[in-house]
Design a binder for this molecule. Structure first.
Ligand SMILES: O=c1nc[nH]c2c1ncn2[C@H]1C[C@H](O)[C@@H](COP(=O)(O)OP(=O)(O)OP(=O)(O)O)O1
Ligand SMILES: [Mg+2]
Length: 254
């Protein structure tokens, strides 16, 4: 059956051709030798950012071998039926940890527009009716805001980043990036709504920033940087300290 999504050929999110997706979710590929952490996303834009963030936070970790993603393990996409970013991030991380046997990091994120009362919010990925149709989502949003003046176009990207281990440790961190919505898309970088969000204090949209510039200020960058000490603790010690922030750098082998 052809892919029904109207903008799928140009949308990196939909480039799943390299990854076989398991049909029933019961039969994921075994994690390869050396795998230590799974990034529980099927969105290639997010995945690239998450990989960079993990590599930056853990230079001693051989990210190439140790960090795998949900698509390459053949994990099916979890049903995101939570009503908050946090709930959906936990749903995705729990599913990936259970299916892979590895600690899993998931992100649930979206755009919250002030004048829309925080919408599209958790519905950002399917705002136009088709999950992950980035260009259609963005086009619909711009049409909805067509008559809204610049001073009322405030919005923010929101991210909940969750770490879940197979033995049940869970931790969530949050991040936001505030800005203003342009009336026309600008820039080729990033993904999703990046071409229309201009972060406060900048004259560029997120799609006009380098990946490094975006990660330094983004909702995802903030949430994942806050989560990384917990991730590192889990990877180093095998188990996190119950209810407490992990200690600083430890001299333990990977
Ligand atoms: O930095 C960002 N720059 C632009 N747009 C963004 C960003 N971060 C999230 N977004 C938008 C894209 C998508 O419309 C929705 C995420 O939806 P969300 O369910 O979290 O992700 P997804 O379904 O694409 O992949 P997955 O669930 O496999 O991680 O918010
Ligand atoms: Mg999703």
């Amino acid at each position: 059956m052809p892919d029904p999504e109207p903008d799928s050929p140009a949308s990196p999110r939909h480039d799943r051709s390299e990854h076989a997706v398991a049909g029933d979710g019961d039969d994921p590929s075994p994690a390869p030798d050396g795998a230590r952490l799974v990034l529980a996303t099927h969105n290639v834009g997010k995945l690239s950012e998450l990989r960079d963030m993990v590599a930056a936070a853990a230079p001693e970790l051989d990210a190439q071998a140790a960090v795998v993603d949900a698509g390459s393990l053949g994990l099916v996409e979890a049903v995101e039926d939570g009503t908050t970013f946090e709930a959906n991030a936990l749903i995705k991380a729990r599913a990936a940890a259970a299916a892979s046997g590895l600690p899993a990091v998931a992100d649930d994120s979206g755009l919250a527009v002030d004048v829309l009362g925080g919408a599209p919010g958790i519905f950002s990925a399917r705002w136009s009716g088709t999950h992950g149709a980035d260009r259609a989502n963005l086009k619909l949003l711009l049409a909805q805001l067509g008559d809204i003046a610049p001073e009322h176009r405030g919005a923010q990207f929101v991210c909940a980043a969750a770490l879940v281990t197979p033995d049940g440790y869970e931790h969530v961190e949050h991040g936001i990036l505030r800005g203003t919505l342009r009336t026309e898309p600008a820039g080729q970088g990033g993904f999703g709504y990046d071409p229309v969000l201009q972060p406060d204090g900048l004259d560029l949209t997120c799609a006009e920033l380098t990946a490094e510039q975006k990660n330094a200020i983004s909702h995802r960058g903030r949430a994942v940087r806050a989560l990384m000490p917990h991730v590192l603790h889990v990877l180093r010690a095998g188990k996190p300290a119950e209810g407490s922030a992990p200690a600083g750098p430890e001299n333990q082998p990977w």
